[in-house]
Structures are given as structure tokens and as C-alpha cells.
Design a protein around this ligand. Sequence first.
Ligand code: GDP
Length: 588
Amino acid sequence: MVDMRRLHKNPSDPPNIPDLENDVVAHDQPNKFGVNPLKLMGGFIVCLMGLSVLFSISVIFKDFSPNSDSNIWNVADATRVLDMAPPRDLGQEDDPLASFVKHKKKLHSSGFEHDDKLLNGLLSSLFDEDSCLSRYQVASYRKESPLKPSPYLISRLRRYEVLHKRCGPYTESYNRTVAKLRSGELTKDDDCNYLVWVSFSGLGNRILTLGSAFLYALLTDRVLLVDRGVDLDDLFCEPFPEASWLLPLDFPIIDQFKSLNQKSPECFGNMLKTSNNSSSSSSSPYVYLHLVHDYDDHDKLFFCDQDQSFLQNVPWVIMKSDNYFIPSLFLMPSFEQELHNLFPNKETVFHFLGRYLFFPTNPIWGLISRYYNSYLAQADERIGIQVRVFDTRVGPFQYVLDQILACSLDNNLLPEISTNESFITSPENQKSKAVLLTSLSSGYFEKIRDMYWEHATVTGEVIQVSQPSHEGYQQTEKKMHHRKAWAEMYLLSLTDKLITSSWSTFGYVAQSLGGLNPWILYKPENETTPNPACTRAMSIEPCFHAPPFFDCKKRTGIDTGAVVPHIRHCEDMNWGLKLVNPIAESIA
Ligand code: GDP
């Protein structure tokens, strides 16, 4: 069995909350217990104070502990303890407890207090908290969501976790199934079947396809194992308790992953082409599923019930995809009822899968929480602006800047600037907005920041603009680049209102995780600012960019965006498909 503590324990990780009690004592001991009797007496007094502080803190953490009946941390009590404590111990800027209490006070005063650490039962309670601090702390950074997971989704996730533990890496079943793969033996193992997700494409794409792969695994009782690629284990906490989701590095065909493509003899589409009988079963111990944007009509038969039977007896399915393919699973009759039970509200699919699967590891949570506390926490409102320009040149481009401003101003997300240079509002009435802008280029941020520095706003609001990084261009195989990209997607998901860019999975991840219905900047044509500049999304779901247009029963072409009311064409890509909630207004 994998030691889950070891998987994420890193000396540079921020300390976990229960450890903070010990940290308070540990920091002070060397200074307070010297050989000098006066020092000794002083030490004794301080020790008594320390014990009383420790006692008070332990009272607080009793409420904060995972086993506590009450999940609400009483901020008033915490504040009292802070006031009692010697300032050098708890008042220092770099003291994690102090900054956490400060943050909680801020959130509390802005109506943010909300501490359902297990997200209404979505998350398992079996985790070791310090292995993944974001899992337990992020609830304090978000407003309470009106969206609740269905009891059926919760029960299916718990059932999946049991399956994963029974079949996960190096279990008896895993070892047996791997041995068969090595020997090329084909007999079906009734016990455990697997879906291996191969790391591929940009980070936003990877997050969306991994979510899609997990849902497919859930629907077909397969165990999801992930190829970690260069950095996956660095980015995400383990999502399933007591068993790793990482494919072991000694997996027999791991070296062949890179070369698997549409032409591989094990490719699903290819095998269907040659077998001429979709109801037959694979003759290989593994099948490669090519669900990449360039997939052909035979690969797309994956989305037909009758062709799914081809995969039923295959213990190992290896999948490569760069698409959020979940909308098309909703069009398959065999999954229809189950999907309806899992997600009665169809626009919450990735919202819940994402919040269940993807938590930033401790170093990335450090990037996120430090940035949030420095630049976003103080504001009355947080506006996220995600700028993604699909151009080989880095920019900035004037037409994109004009578009961002037009969208922000037309929709009252940001205020107009005043032409009156002497216009100054009284500080008491000043509301503040923090703009978090993400982009590969720093140009848009600089221009908008300067605009609000050089001019007052007509509303008197104070606008603070910041951008975490400007990496210049998309990079691969670079740890810090991916860490920053993930931190920025996550930070965007913590804003109150969000503007995203057309076609960008980076933005889709942020909107779905955050439960934010974004304003989408239209894709500019001919380097011209579109008019209108943006549109409000129909739902918080991502868009499937390369869906099949095929009627599986009639074996003819069909508009799959016009079959059921909960699947429509996307706002930003008119051939794409996205899930919407047809019976209610979308989330504001
Ligand atoms: P998409 O191409 O917009 O669909 O998003 P992906 O995340 O799949 O791929 C784009 C990649 O470019 C990201 O994963 C980052 O590596 C990089 N990137 C693009 N925009 C940004 C940004 O605003 N901030 C950072 N840090 N990286 C970005």
C-alpha cells in the first residue's frame, strides 16, 4: 500500500494547522529556557503564559478538528486568543496562525465565513489533513455555494474509493492484471478493470480530460490510474484515500505511451475498422483510445453504445485526449439515467468533479494563499480577468485591451474613469475592487493598472490591479511554469466575477471550479475588437471542442447540439457542445 503521507510530505510544505500549536511552543523554547536564574524565572512565567495560550488554542482547534461536531471556527474566540498572546509569538507577519486568523477575520467581516471542509460530503473524511492543506483550507476562501452534490454522487464516490483501494497500484488484483498484460493473456479478469489516462497537452486541457476520464471510469466501473507525465504528482494532491491514483513507473507498457496514436494496431478506431463487427471484443489485452481533437469517425464510435461493448472485456484501456468529452457521454442512452442521478443539475458536472479531484499540493497552495492574502483578501469585490490570446506573437495588442475594457465597462464589472482631474472621493465611502488579471503578457495588466492610477473612477471606487506572472509563452516540462498556471487558474476560481477568453480551457477550469458564470470575451477576427466585446455564459460548464455529429442508431450525421435541452452549442465555439441546466436560470 502507498504511504499517503510520504507522497506529499515535503520539508518546504507550509505547516499544517494542528502542528501550529506545537510550532508556537517550539519556536520559543530555545530563547526562554536559558541557564541564567533570572532568565529561568522569566522563562517560567512565559511558559505559564505559553501554556494558557496553548490551552486556549487547543480549545479553538478542538472545534476546527475534522472529528469535531462543529465545523465553524469561532473567529471571536480566536481573536481573543490573539489579543492575549505575547505579540512576538503570534503577531509576527510570517506566523502562519496569525495570518490565518487575520484572514479568517477578513473573510468573516465580508460575509465569507463558511467552513464546510468536506464540501457537503463530496470529500472523504479519511484523509490526513497535512498531506493536502488546500483540501481543508480552501472553503474559507470561498463564499458558500448554493450548489450541493446529490446524495447519489456522494454515495458513488464513496463506492469508487472502495474499488480504487481494492484495485489500486500493487494490490493483489493489480499485480494479477498487470501480469496478464505482460504475458499478453486475454482472459477477462472480473475483479478489476482499468482506465489509464495519459498526460497530454496544456494544463487546462489536462485537467478537463482527467475529469472526463474519471467520470467515464465511474460509469464503467473501471479504476482510473494516471500517467504522471513530467509534473502531475507535483500539481495535484492524491484524490482517493488510502490508495494512489498514480500509475506505477514500472507499468509494463509505460514507455510506449508516447508513440500510441491513431495508427497503432491497438487503437480502438483502428480495431473497429478492421474487425467490421462492433459487437465483437478486442483481441488485445489493452486498447488505446484516441480521443484527441484530430480523431476520426471510427475513433468517435467510442460515443456509441453498441461500440462500447468492444471495450467491455478489455482489462486495460489507455486513453489520450485533449478534450472535455463529458457532454457526449450524456447523449449515450446506456449512461443517461446514471448521469441524471449523479448530476440532477447538469451544469454542475465539472464543478463537482473538479472540486472532488483537483486540490493544489502544499507548495502550490502556498502560492495561492500568499497571493490571495496579499492582493485579493482586502477588497470588497474581486474581479478575475483571464486573457488568452491565440497568436504566435506575445502581445499586448490594442484591440484586445479595448475588448477587455469594453466588456468590463459595458457590464459594470469595472467603473468608468473620470475626466475631472480634481475628482477625489471621501475615503469613508470608498469601495474597493481587486482585479486579478492573468495572461502570458504583462501589457494588459500594466495598461489597466495605470489607467486606474492616473484617473479617479466616476463611482469613487478604488481599483487595485495585479497579475501573478507573465510567462511570455506556453512552456512544457517546466515545473514552476505549470505550478504558476495551476495557481492562477485556482486564484481566478476564488474571485467573485470572472471574465474569460473564448476557446480557453484555462478559463473553463477557473469558471467551473469557482461555480462562476463568466463573461466570455468573443474571439477577435482580423485583429479587430468584437462588438459586443463579450457575452454572458449559459452555464458554468466547459465546452467540448470536438464533439461527434453522429446518430449512433441511424448511423447518419446529426446536429448533436439540438437533440436534448441540456446540451447546447457553446457561446465561444458554435460547433462545440456544453451542458446547461435548462430548467433553471444559470448561476449568477
Ligand atoms: P488553453 O490553451 O487556453 O486551452 O489552456 P491550457 O492550460 O490547456 O494551455 C495553455 C498553457 O499556456 C497553460 O497551461 C500555461 O502553461 C500557459 N498559459 C496560458 N495562459 C497563461 C496565464 O495566464 N498564466 C500562466 N501562468 N500560464 C498561462
